[in-house]
Design a binder for this molecule. Sequence first.
Ligand SMILES: [Zn+2]
Length: 796
Amino acid sequence: MGLVAATASDREVAVRRLLPALLAAFVAAPLLAQHPRPSAAPHHRRAAVPTPASVLGFAPGTERRLVDWDPIVRYFRLLGAASPRVRVRELGRTTNGAAFVAVFISSPANLAHLNELRDQQRLLADPRLVRDSAAADVIVRRGKLFVLITSSIHSTEVGGFFSPLDIASQLASDTSSDTRNVLDNTVVILVPSLNPDGVTIVSRWYNQTLGSNAEGTSPPELYHRYAGHDDNRDWYAFTQAETRLVVDSIYGIWHPQVTLDLHQQGRYGSRMFVPPYLDPAEPNVDPLLLQGDNALGLAIAWRMTGWGFSGIAVNSLYDAWTPGRAFQHYHGAVRILTETASASLATPVTVPAESLQAGLGVDPRTASWNFVAPWPGGTWTLADIVRYQTASAMALLDAVARDRERWLRTSWQVLARATRGWPGWPWAFVIPTAGQNEMALGTLLEILRHAQVEVRAALGSFTLGYERFFPGTYVVVLRQPYAAFAKALLERELYPDRREYPGGPPQRPYDVTAHDLALLLGVRVLAAADSLPVALSAPIAARPPLYRASGLSGGGPGVVRLGVYRSYAVSMDEGWTRWALDSFGVPYESLVDSTIRAGNLASRFDAVILPSENARALLDGLSPRRYPARWAGGLGAPGVQALRDFVDAGGTLIAFNQACEFAIGALDLPVTDAVSDLDATDFYAPGSILRLQLDTTQALAEGMPAQSIAWFESGPAFDVRDPTRVRVVGRFPAESGDVLLSGWLLGAPHLAGKAALVEVRRGRGRVILFGFRPQYRGQSLATYPLLFNAIRTSSR
Ligand SMILES: [Zn+2]
């Protein structure tokens, strides 16, 4: 059985050198035989390991009890020290400096040979290293299945703090044949939290407000320092430390074939969602993986129904469109999402049957094929959440352990197909180096590196169409294991026009509809239909770019005094604004309600940014009925007056997207929003990339190309009422057919020719209205310069 590398690079040569020994080990080693001897312990006796309660002081799921991250890590470390089935690894540090851990759980024999198993995974993850399917079969028969279980990326979904403790302690202690089968056939990598900082933020808020009106509310700060809830939309841009730890230190090394991500949903729907997902699926996801999602989701629902769980819905609410949540789908793995109904953080709630509400694809009051056993209503507690989540993990593990070879082969088949190339796919993407923005190009290469997509360099010149390309031009050949990632993110995609019924309103997608990195970054990428007439280098090693904004980065004398409004009714756009400024080293001060209401802003600031947030939330903020006075009330009338005074005295107010509505009203600006009164059947753009035409003679558009993009997401579009006070810097194209670049847009004629970026004079100052998000999720580098220009030109 020969294993031969198809192409040569250092990495491949190294792996090839390993192969004979590796294969010999697979064939010879009794520990990797398919039917290892059962351990000496009799069935169903619990091995002696510490219980979660012995460390936390209470059992996971206890009402009204939440804990910081530290005791959770302490438990896993104790468990690792006590159990030969458990090993804890710290992968690095979070944004706020907490330990980011992964817990490996398997049979002691498998754990003793993790290095060999890692090499097995590497061979399965790159079919070019394995000559044929017979050779792959050897590895599949002998190999172990890697299952990644991740939890609590969303920190108000607090069941996810505890379920990993129960999952781990059960796997470490249970001696039933089912659990032994799981441990023998799989290696579980459990990430107890994808956002450890948020565990502490939410737990402290909850404990601090326990017994008050604020008990059970969301904290008045983002539960991830920059991304908040968007931390689970970062799986193709990899901006945040936690995302990078997972892709670099788990996916990039261990190549799990099955993944489970534990989430919570609202309290009035089904008790739990598992796949199949709703349509649409992103078209570059291999159908075999989608079929795997379907089969495994149903296998979980089937087992849980047998165990007496009710209220489980499949094929509802959640789709498989955005790669922002589904890294796995482009890396040979199935992705099982479970969404369990929420309580009020750790506080129980009562949900009478008649209060249950229908959602997309499911009515939780009525049995249907995808909701076979309705939940009768009643009290819903943290213990219920932990019970459902833990059961879903156990059901998944039981299902995949019994079908280990099929899951390994599924992943191998998907990656093998990708290395051969799909019919109709371009041969490669070509990324010229000339004329590109260096930071944007560097960012794209860095993203592809995190995604383990190979980028090569042309070793000579070549012609594509009528254009000549020079040595050093980057080439992404779409015949490699993770080609689907590159294709999904670099090609122009439109979202299918889906309606609730023919001619009816749009069927709401679960998230945004566009993800084109070439557009978002402003990098020119071309598709080459056929193989290029030029030799290519081995895969290149990308270096992270250095982010600088000329005249702003690093601060210093003469620098613009910038304030960024920080709402207690949190706005993720505010977090992403700080992310953009911090990553470019632009100094600023966060301004809370009390600072703005106190007035006299002009003496301390040149510019103030209002990140995207709706007018009601900006004005009223958090409700004083629920939140203590310190956090309640929003900007209110004093805040409005302070912002008027600031602009009248010469300050610059910069509003993003939804905050424009507030700014227009509060500062009485002579522009109107042309799309605010349209209903969704006439006009709908739930997160799309539109074409933006810029007047580059104006300072705000300096250094920008005349044609750029706008990330449009339920934003305004402006009509100018008084041209003497309003300068239009950016517009949507006059031809409605030219407006949409990627994603979904209904009613393009309503946007055609409208202003998207305007500068409005008021008093001695000005207001800059961005009808879009120039710093969208840390991804839209193409429009960062507009933001920096707005700040730079605020200098007084
Ligand atoms: Zn969630």
